[in-house]
Write a protein that binds this ligand. Structure first.
Ligand SMILES: [Zn+2]
Length: 581
């Protein structure tokens, strides 16, 4: 005998067998018992939630001579012919394949004849939203002239596509997504009945992948059974659904929460390598974070709804604050929007990973406004100092800022920072930097990213080339933690060096890493440095955020004149510059 799909074998034959739709089935049973059925019903709800099963059970119950408490007997000739689909008075139509006016007219004509064998003629029109406008009009005419012994049951996953004139003539029932725990329970029941061994977590994975649809759950279970060797293991379920184990999800999120970027990226890499689709992974992550958040507020509810509440889950929920989870959920939904139309979803996931790890760290820092205040104060001081200096230069031709500083100073950040910007090396690049070099690098930047390994790419994704010369390249990072990591990564340096040389002929610059935050300061202090050294500046920086516009190469001038000209230019455009002293 040919193998029969589980969802066929285990199709509900009684209202009470339909999982997760108690309210609907009870109302239908009551209507049958009290003989208060309607001429037309509209069953709406997600796929696989029991709409057509309920329709067939209804057709049986209303026609079964042995019907009891609104349930069919399923043994009489009538019940069995309806179950088998051979009862001519119960007509099932799939509108997805019969959306023509002719079909509906045909129904209309036939509906005029009384049922031959059954008490009621029942038309079940599945996916009714697929009907054409003409067909809907024909259907409407039929519904407008109800016959005593004819009942229409319209089923749809998309009720908004059905004309209001039709909806208003039906009694509507909304089928809900089925709870994961209800699905698990049903799967367990089936497996026990059929004597198939299973690991319990496997069922949770299947239930979640089914997203509230029992038919999907059974199809996945089918696949898992054919995949497994005797026992349905968690691994089998994972393979079939492409799901993550809670373990992997936990590992990943744990690394993010603990700001362990490398570990998080590694974990992500592992997950993607296991064949997990990026978008699906994001969905799962969002769901998981949502579960964590909900668990903090209403543990019982979550335990009921999902099967992901493990000891590791509880541990994670205790180690992460609600604020942190909000941030993470925001980042994840933003990323979900971003990857909707891109082919490089992986890259966005990698960036999201870095952001997730970063988001958690925000909490331990000062509020942003404080930082801004500090920055403003510092800049005000620096402006005052510079004004003083310029006045002095104009008057005396000397600087008031004491002895000049031939050695560049490392640029310090306002907050405790772990990454020390290699100012001297940046200056070396700036000394010979040209706009042309930078443009070349920018042109191939995306290709360069694609040529790197997943982890390397993730590091560089939230970065940008900001200056380039014949031998050096300055890369600015959005996140200090990533910058630090890149600086320690010899392989990355080599890859950038080598891969760039393959993309731009005879060009293999040494990368130098800085934080984006430090870039404006570095440029400014470099300018000061140039003035003090009297070095010629061929540095052509990118125009960025209108913060500071360095002058392009000028005619031969004395270093002091250059400073005045530059400073005047700066103030003339109401920009701000910084003397690093
Ligand atoms: Zn019967």
């Amino acid at each position: 005998m040919a193998y029969q799909a589980l969802y066929r074998v285990w199709r509900s034959q009684r209202f009470d067998d339909i999982v997760g739709q108690k309210a609907v089935t009870q109302t239908l049973k009551n209507a049958i018992v009290s003989h208060k059925t309607s001429h037309a019903y509209l069953f709406t709800g997600p796929r696989g939630t029991g709409k057509t099963s309920a329709a067939k059970i209804f057709a049986k119950a209303i026609n079964c001579p042995n019907s009891k408490d609104g349930e069919p007997c399923n043994h009489c000739e009538m019940c069995q012919s309806i179950t088998a689909g051979t009862q001519e008075d119960v007509i099932e139509i799939d509108a997805a394949s019969n959306n023509g006016v002719e079909e509906i007219r045909f129904i209309r004509d036939r509906a005029n004849y009384a049922p031959t064998k059954a008490a009621y003629k029942v038309y079940i029109i599945d996916e009714v939203h697929m009907l054409s406008t003409g067909a809907f009009n024909a259907l409407l005419k039929t519904l407008e002239e109800p016959k005593e012994s004819v009942i229409f049951i319209l089923a749809t996953t998309e009720p908004h596509k059905i004309p209001a004139t039709i909806i208003s003539r039906t009694q509507r029932f909304d089928f809900k997504r089925i709870n994961a725990s209800d699905i698990v329970e049903h799967l367990e029941f089936i497996l026990k009945e059929t004597d198939i061994a299973y690991e319990e977590p496997a069922l949770g994975v299947i239930a979640r992948a089914a997203e509230g649809g029992m038919r999907d759950a059974l199809s996945i279970l089918d696949q898992a059974i054919s995949f497994s060797e005797g026992t349905i293991t968690l691994d089998d379920a994972m393979q079939v659904t492409g799901s993550l184990t809670d373990e992997m999800m936990n590992e990943y999120l744990n690394a993010c929460v603990k700001k362990e970027v490398p570990k998080a990226l590694e974990s992500l890499n592992k997950i993607l390598a296991a064949g997990k689709e990026s978008r699906r992974f994001l969905e799962d992550l969002l769901q998981y974070c949502r579960d964590l958040l909900m668990y903090q507020q209403a543990p019982n509810l979550v335990t009921e709804q999902t099967s992901s509440v493990t000891s590791a889950f509880i541990e994670l929920s205790e180690s992460v604050s609600a604020d942190q989870l909000f941030q993470m959920i925001n980042i994840l939904s933003e990323t979900q929007n971003e990857i909707r139309f891109t082919n490089s979803a992986t890259i966005y996931l990698e960036v999201a990973t870095v952001k997730l790890a970063q988001s958690s760290s925000l909490l331990s820092h000062q509020p942003v406004s404080t930082v801004d205040d500090q920055l403003v104060k510092q800049l005000q001081q620096e402006i005052a100092q510079l004004k003083k200096e310029i006045n002095a230069i104009k008057k005396n031709g000397v600087s008031t800022s004491g002895p000049s500083q031939p050695q560049p100073q490392p640029v310090h950040k306002k907050q405790a920072s772990t990454y020390r910007v290699p100012t001297e090396r940046v200056y070396n690049v700036l000394r010979e930097a040209t706009r042309q070099h930078l443009n070349h690098v920018k042109e191939v930047w995306d290709d360069l990213l694609m040529s790197l390994s997943v982890t390397q790419r993730a590091m560089l994704k939230a970065s940008e080339p900001v200056a380039a010369g014949p031998t050096g390249l300055v890369i600015a990072f959005d996140y200090e933690i990533v910058c630090q990591r890149a600086a320690n990564d010899e392989d990355l340096k080599l890859s950038v060096h080598n891969n760039l040389s393959q993309m731009i002929k005879d060009y293999a610059p040494e990368p130098v890493y800085i934080t984006r935050e430090s870039w404006p300061e570095i440029r400014k202090s470099y300018l000061t440095h140039v003035k003090e050294e009297g070095t010629e500046n061929s540095f052509a920086p990118e125009e960025s955020e209108g913060e500071i516009e360095l002058l392009p190469q000028e005619q031969e001038t004395s270093s002091e004149e250059t400073v005045v000209a530059k400073a005047e230019e700066l103030f003339g455009t109401e920009s701000v510059t910084v003397v690093d002293d």
